[in-house]
Write a protein that binds this ligand. Structure first.
Ligand SMILES: *Cc1c(COP(=O)(O)O)cnc(C)c1O
Length: 398
């Protein structure tokens, strides 16, 4: 069966829930948008978001900031990373990750990924030893969690502290433990294309009160840390208050007001994403040639996007596939392109990072396709999209 051109928009998210609009209007009417601008007895939306998020995540502390990229920079500094330090990270991740390492004056050391898009543990151990790095910024890119038990053992053997980039794994779990609760700190995004939508925004969680105290001062707290919703006791700030610079990255009450009602319904959204992901995956798997990354047993994912490979295709055929899918209304990203497009870039386009040889990662990316699954698509839409991709793959590479 041949489906007609797909008409949906791959960048159109759901509207903001009515309860969030009402909460946002209340903040606007109050005029108190700055997080520390509170009426007598008022907690403030940002502090309440920090409290709600820490409770949902199961972390002791939470700090709300302007973006995940800022959360990562702050987490790195608060964890003691400084100029010249080597920081290990995945060779396949989004540009703000190496960007954050560079912004704190540190040096990204890129680790290979495997064909399931997860970090290569052998390469990690080898590069930890060779670089002398003390920190791994682990990016759960596109939501593919590695074996977190093994990862933490490899990190511990290599003397690495782990900071998790959970921009694509808010709500995911490994063997029942939420992604973000393995390392010393975790960073989440509330940018429009992630799992909560406030336009821009970030959350930093940790169980380490000293780390969060340093992070809070770094975020620009002007010593109002007693107005935070999920921070440590005042004593934790003793040294941080004089030693940490103010890097001004606070979240405001308007964004927090928009986020809290979304957090209240995130579990049902995760189910909706997974239903859509599975509908596409079923169609792709039926092709016999399209390879989906393995989803290991310990993983509880959030299927807000889908990735697949077509082994054996050369660059021209990959480009033809993207064009043929686009002609039928399906927006695919291809990670093998020499120049960065939109949100897809590869390590070769981060020229501020000393160039590194990643043959395994390059071989995977050369055949890797990626697609967003906004919740404005129905499950039937997703079945149709999967069938179109299957058709198009057959057409460009019979
Ligand atoms: C989006 C994203 C980030 C950064 O998030 P922002 O909130 O946009 O700064 C970091 N890592 C990954 C993997 C991302 O997809």
């Amino acid at each position: 069966m041949s489906y007609p051109r797909f008409q949906g928009s791959f960048t159109q998210q759901e509207p903001i829930p009515e309860a969030a609009i009402v909460a946002a209007l209340a903040v606007l009417r109050s005029g108190r948008l700055h997080r520390y601008n509170l009426a007598a007895g008022e907690a403030g939306e940002v502090a309440l978001l920090e409290r709600d998020y820490a409770a949902w995540q199961g972390s002791r502390y939470c700090l709300a900031v302007t973006s995940a990229g800022q959360a990562i920079q702050i987490a790195l500094r608060a964890a003691g990373v400084g100029p010249g330090d080597a920081v290990l990270t995945n060779g396949f991740t989004l540009a703000p990750v190496p960007g954050a390492i560079h912004a704190v004056g540190a040096r990204p050391v890129l680790v290979e990924i495997d064909e399931n898009l997860r970090i290569d543990m052998a390469d990690l151990a080898a590069k930890a030893a060779a670089s002398g790095a003390k920190t791994l910024l682990l990016s759960h890119m596109r939501g593919h969690l590695c074996d977190m038990g093994r990862l933490m053992a490899v990190a511990s053997d290599a003397g690495l502290q782990v900071i998790e980039d959970c921009a694509h794994t808010m709500g995911a779990r490994w063997n029942g433990t939420r992604s973000g609760n393995f390392g010393v700190a975790a960073c989440f995004s509330t940018q429009t294309y992630k799992h909560l939508n406030s336009g821009e925004g970030g959350l930093l969680t940790s169980d380490d009160g000293d780390l969060i105290a340093r992070a809070t001062i770094l975020s620009g707290s002007y010593m109002f840390y007693d107005r935070h919703g999920a921070g440590p006791a005042a004593a934790a700030y003793g040294r941080a208050r004089h030693e940490m610079p103010n890097t001004s990255a606070r979240m405001d009450n308007l964004r927090a007001a928009v986020l809290r009602p979304q957090l209240a319904i995130i579990e049902s959204r995760i189910q909706a994403w997974n239903g859509r992901h599975d509908a596409v995956a079923r169609e792709l798997a039926a092709s016999g040639r399209i390879v989906l990354p393995e989803r290991p047993r310990g993983e509880e994912m959030v299927g807000s996007s889908i990735q697949f490979r077509l082994p054996g295709l050369d660059g021209q055929v990959c480009k033809d596939l993207v064009a043929a899918a686009a002609a039928r209304g399906v927006e695919l990203k291809w990670f093998g392109a020499p120049e960065p497009h939109g949100f897809s870039s590869s390590h070769r386009s981060w020229r501020y990072v000393p160039s590194q040889d990643l043959p395994a990662t390059d071989a995977v990316l050369a055949q890797l396709f990626d697609m967003r699954l906004p919740l404005t698509f129905s499950t039937d839409d997703c079945t149709r999209i999967g069938a179109i991709i299957r058709d198009v793959a057959q057409q460009v590479a019979p």
